[in-house]
Design a protein around this ligand. Structure first.
Ligand SMILES: [Zn+2]
Ligand SMILES: [Zn+2]
Length: 310
């Protein structure tokens, strides 16, 4: 069961010859959640073979162009492809007018339903739930209202121990209840505790996306022990002052936050176009958190299922 992030764009406001504006695909069991949609996102989706129709939900962190200028192109291509199922976009409330004014000329008969859900910038909120994931938004601090997002897999049912089911002659009808955690009561009234019949399911996996933000050490609680964190790291130590002024984070600060939060994997991105090479940023990040990685476009960062045997 796939749970992975593919980075489509690792640059900040200005693109470079090798780095695109922000866009990321979270693949949960072959459903794609698109997180930010900078210019050229549809080309990157094509390049890395993500089918547009597997995207039903798009999350836009804030209304700086490097995070949403790709939407009109992507939506137009979805129309050309004959899409008729709805698409939900979670974004700052002003996005709807910005996008719809550009799609005005397209006849209604060709349009599919786009549902815009405004983000709340005052407090963390559960904004979406489906059979695969729950998504929580959380406000961060940038020059305009901005949210990050945490995606958590839905908990799985317990795994049954087949030999125990046979030994206790448990009827098929009782199995859904046992998977849900119930004890089994035999026809003689004997109670068989659930932990003799099942083992723990794998832990639900989690991914957090911390969008453009100033360094916020207090986010450690929100991000506690997520499996995979993508955090912006626009600058290195050399431009710490600029990071503070423009409300961005340095690679070192992002790595310190990841360490404090106890995250398992950290991927850094949203690099300033000033940096032709990124070795310095990588070195600074690794000094704080040895497992830190710098995003490479087209690379998929997977979270493995951890299974526990009793
Ligand atoms: Zn940005
Ligand atoms: Zn921004």
């Amino acid at each position: 069961m796939e749970f992975s992030l593919t980075v489509l764009g690792s640059s900040s406001a200005l693109p470079t010859a090798t780095r695109h504006p922000s866009a990321h695909v979270l693949n949960v069991n072959e459903k794609y959640y698109l997180i930010d949609c900078g210019e050229g996102t549809q080309m990157q989706l094509r390049k890395y073979r993500f089918r547009f129709q597997r995207i039903d939900h798009i999350f836009i962190s804030h209304l700086h162009g490097d995070h949403y200028f790709g939407l009109v192109g992507l939506l137009t291509s979805m129309i050309l492809l004959g899409r008729n199922k709805p698409l939900t976009i979670f974004a700052p409330a002003d996005l709807e007018a910005l996008i719809e004014s550009q799609l005005e000329g397209i006849p209604a008969k060709h349009r599919f339903e786009v549902c815009y859900i405004p983000l709340d910038f005052t407090q963390p909120q559960i904004i979406h739930e489906d059979k695969r994931v729950t998504v929580q938004s959380f406000p961060v601090q940038h020059r305009v209202p901005t949210c990050g997002f945490i995606f958590r897999e839905q908990p799985r049912l317990r795994n049954v121990r087949k030999p125990a089911l046979v030994a206790y002659e448990i009827p098929l009808l009782a199995i859904p209840g046992i998977k849900a955690g119930k004890d089994y009561i035999t026809p003689d009234g004997e109670v068989i505790p659930n932990d003799q019949l099942t083992v723990d399911p794998p832990n639900p996996r989690s991914f957090a996306y911390s969008a453009d933000t100033q360094y916020l050490p207090e986010l450690a609680d929100m991000l506690r022990e997520v499996d995979l964190l993508y955090h912006e790291a626009t600058f290195g130590d050399d431009l710490l002052e600029r990071a503070q002024k423009t409300r961005h984070t340095t690679a070192r600060q992002a790595a310190s936050l990841a360490k404090a939060a106890g995250v398992k994997q950290l991927v850094l991105g949203h690099f300033s176009a000033r940096y032709k090479t990124l070795e310095k940023l990588e070195q600074e990040a690794k000094e704080e958190f040895a497992e830190a990685q710098l995003a490479v476009e087209g690379t998929t960062y997977s979270v493995a299922l951890e299974t526990f045997k009793k």
